[in-house]
Design a protein around this ligand. Structure first.
Ligand code: DAH
Length: 366
C-alpha cells in the first residue's frame, strides 16, 4: 500500500509542471497522467478493486483527490493558453511601435564629423593618432626648441619620462610623414591635454582637429582657399575670413584665421570683444625643418597645416557661452542638440588609426 501512496506523492509533484506547459506539453501531460489507457494515475485507479477495503479507501480517496486537482490545473492552463491566443489575435500588429530613445551623439562629436565631412569632399582623409606621445613627436620633430616653455611640466601632463599626454594633434603630422610618401592630405580629430584652468573658455581636456597637406607645388594660395572654403561651408556662404600673421614653430609663415563674428555679424559685441572677428584656427606653411626631420626633400615638397578647436566652433555656431557645458554631461543641455545616432552610421567614415593602408591616405587624383 505504501508503494501506491508513494507513487501518488510522486504524481502530485507533476502538478507543478502544468502552469508552465505550452499547448503541446499540456496534451502530453494529460495523456501521461490521466490517459484512459495507460495514464499513470489511471493505472493506480485501475488497481483499486484488487485492494483490501481499508487500503482501497485510503488510496482511492487520495487518488481521486489528486485526479480532481490535476483536472482543475489542466483546465485552468487550457483556459489561460486560449486567452493568450485571443489576446494576440486581437492585437493590431500593424500599429507602429513607439520609438525607443537610443541616445544621441554629443554636439562636439557631431561637429567633428561635420568638419571632417567637409574636408573629405576637399580630398582629405580622416586619421587618428595616439593620445600619449613622446616629447619627440609632440615637440622636437615639430621644430620646438629644446627650452620651449610648452615642454614644461607646468604646461603639459607628463606620464613619466619623456611621455606626455599630447598637447595638440600636430604630432600626427610626423607619424604620417614617417609612414607615407606624399601626396598627403589628412584631417586628424582627437583629444588633447594641457594644464589649463577649467573655466568658461578653457578646459584641460579638449578636442582638436589637425589638417595637413604635403605635395609638390603647394602654396599659401592653397591654404587660404581651403580654409576659406571650409569657413563658408561650416558657417554660411557669405562668411568673411581674414588671416593675421602669427607664430608656430612648425609653420613658416604662420597665420591665424578669424571669421566674422557669428553672434553680431561683424558690427562688434561682447563675445568678439567689439572687434567683429573671432579666431577659429592657427595655420601656416609647413616649416622645411619638419619635412627634413622626416627625411623629405623640402626643396621638392611644400605643404600647409592648421589646427582648430571643434568645441570653439560649436560654441560660435550655437551661441554656447561656456565650454564646461560640454563636459558636465547634463542631459537637459545635451539633448537639445541630440541627433539620432543613425546619422553617424550613414554619414561619417570612422577614423583610420595610423598606419592605415597607404592608398587610403592618398588624395583622389584631380
Ligand atoms: N598645434 C597648434 C596648437 O595647438 C595649432 C596649430 C597651429 C596647428 C598651426 C597647426 C598649425 O597645424 O599649422 O596651438
Amino acid at each position: 500500500m505504501s508503494d501506491l501512496l508513494a507513487a501518488l506523492n510522486a504524481l502530485r509533484e507533476r502538478l507543478k509542471e502544468i502552469p508552465q506547459a505550452d499547448e503541446r506539453r499540456l496534451q502530453e501531460l494529460k495523456t501521461e497522467l490521466l490517459g484512459r489507457k495507460s495514464g499513470a494515475l489511471t493505472e493506480i485507479l485501475k488497481a483499486l478493486p484488487s485492494l483490501d477495503p481499508d487500503t482501497r479507501k485510503r488510496v482511492g480517496g487520495a487518488a481521486n483527490a489528486l485526479k480532481h486537482e490535476l483536472e482543475a490545473a489542466i483546465a485552468a492552463r487550457e483556459l489561460e493558453l486560449k486567452r493568450g491566443a485571443t489576446a494576440l489575435a486581437d492585437a493590431d500588429l500593424t500599429m507602429p511601435a513607439r520609438r525607443q530613445w537610443r541616445g544621441g551623439l554629443h554636439l562636439v562629436t557631431q561637429v567633428v564629423d561635420e568638419i571632417c565631412d567637409i574636408f573629405k569632399e576637399l580630398g582629405f582623409t580622416r586619421v587618428v593618432g595616439p593620445e600619449a606621445e613622446t616629447e619627440y613627436y609632440n615637440f622636437y620633430a615639430l621644430n620646438f626648441p629644446k627650452d620651449h616653455p610648452a615642454l614644461d611640466a607646468q604646461d603639459s601632463f607628463y606620464l613619466g619620462g619623456d611621455v606626455v599626454l599630447r598637447t595638440h594633434t600636430s604630432p600626427v603630422q610626423i607619424r604620417t610623414l614617417e609612414a607615407y610618401p606624399p601626396p598627403i592630405r589628412i584631417v586628424v580629430p582627437g583629444r588633447c591635454y594641457r594644464r589649463d584652468p577649467f573655466d568658461a573658455s578653457h578646459s584641460p581636456v579638449f578636442e582638436q582637429i589637425e589638417g595637413f597637406a604635403v605635395d609638390e607645388g603647394i602654396t599659401f594660395v592653397d591654404l587660404k582657399a581651403t580654409l576659406a572654403t571650409f569657413a563658408r561651408r561650416i558657417f554660411s556662404p557669405t562668411t568673411k575670413v581674414r588671416f593675421r600673421p602669427s607664430y608656430f614653430p612648425f609653420t613658416e609663415p604662420s597665420a591665424e584665421m578669424d571669421v566674422q563674428c557669428q553672434i553680431c555679424g561683424g558690427s562688434g559685441c561682447a563675445a568678439c570683444k567689439q572687434t567683429g572677428w573671432m579666431e577659429i584656427l592657427g595655420s601656416g606653411m609647413v616649416h622645411p625643418a619638419v619635412l627634413e626631420n622626416s627625411k623629405l626633400d623640402s626643396d621638392k615638397y611644400t605643404g600647409f597645416a592648421w589646427g582648430m578647436g571643434p568645441e570653439r566652433i560649436a560654441m560660435l555656431r550655437y551661441g554656447i557661452p561656456d565650454i564646461r557645458l560640454f563636459f558636465d554631461s547634463d542631459v537637459r543641455f545635451l539633448e537639445q542638440f541630440a541627433r539620432s545616432t543613425e546619422h553617424r552610421a550613414e554619414g561619417a567614415a570612422p577614423s583610420s588609426v595610423l598606419p592605415p593602408s597607404s592608398s587610403v591616405l592618398r588624395a583622389p587624383s584631380q
